[in-house]
Design a protein around this ligand. Structure first.
Ligand code: HEM
Length: 237
């Protein structure tokens, strides 16, 4: 048994319902170029994808501030829950980024000039994350000091420190997915403008590539080396 969906226009004038007022849909949907001003068909998608990034990065920043406060209060369970939300958000954004792969390089060139010297390097959301994310490490290490435990120990004796371990693993998930975003973005830029080109902001692609090894939490990557050494010393391999 199936039900056919018939066209159902809204019974209300635009902007009149509680839904629209609460979500401020009139303002939200007026934040993209009107159709008659689009230089190219794909420009609307380009703008929406970027705006979605800014919205989710705003949300991420909000959560990271809360996580910092919780860490400073030594309150790990809600901090872990919010960190999981932050991680999922970045995965949502990977899919969002891939939307732009439905655009050909020539489609992009046909409206690239409207970007002038505008570039992702000026994204407020990106800057907020680049500023805030590393600070979580200081909060987390103070927590380790408070518990008198070293980073390798929370992995080796994970049964004794389940919350600290869960948080550390969440941090590395976040670091990893952010690196994946950067490398996926780099691949997107390569397929759009080519590996030997220069971005609208003036950055050569080779320079952009150098950022791909940057991480927020080097200590969490380094501890893997230490664990491998300890395991070797203990004859675990
Ligand atoms: C057609 C799609 C895209 C292309 C060709 C592209 C290309 C580039 C290039 C070449 C740069 C280096 C700076 C410059 O422009 O000179 C850059 C930086 C950046 N772009 Fe994009 N981008 C695209 C889409 C996006 C999207 C959807 C976002 C999401 C907000 C984004 C965020 C960024 C960020 C945050 C940077 C700075 C990266 C860093 O400093 O590590 N880009 N992009």
């Amino acid at each position: 048994m199936v039900n056919k969906i018939h066209p159902h226009p809204s019974k209300h004038a635009p902007g009149q319902t509680v839904y629209e007022r609460y979500l401020r849909t009139e303002e939200l949907l007026s934040l993209q170029k009107p159709e008659n001003e689009l230089v190219h068909h794909d420009e609307l998608q380009f703008q929406v994808v970027h705006q979605v990034f800014e919205l989710w990065w705003k949300e991420t920043t909000f959560e990271l501030h809360s996580i910092r406060t919780l860490l400073q209060q030594f309150n790990l369970p809600p901090a872990i829950r919010l960190l999981q939300r932050v991680i999922r958000t970045q995965f949502v954004l990977l899919e969002n980024l891939r939307m732009l792969e439905t655009m050909s390089p020539w489609d992009f060139h046909e409206f690239r000039k409207v970007l002038a010297d505008g570039a992702g390097t000026d994204s407020p959301g990106f800057h907020a994350l680049m500023t805030l994310s590393p600070l979580l490490w200081g909060d987390f290490s103070r927590l380790l000091e408070h518990e008198h435990v070293s980073l390798p120990d929370i992995y080796i004796h994970a049964d004794r420190y389940p919350l600290l371990m869960a948080f550390a693993e969440g941090l590395i998930d976040y670091d990893e997915v952010f690196q994946i975003f950067r490398s996926q973005h780099f691949k997107l830029a390569q397929r759009m403008i080519g590996p030997g080109s220069i971005g609208t902001g003036g950055t050569p692609m080779e320079l952009l590539e150098r950022t791909l090894k940057d991480v927020f939490y080097p200590e969490l990557w380094e501890v893997r080396n230490q664990l491998t050494t300890i395991a070797d010393e203990q004859g675990l391999k």
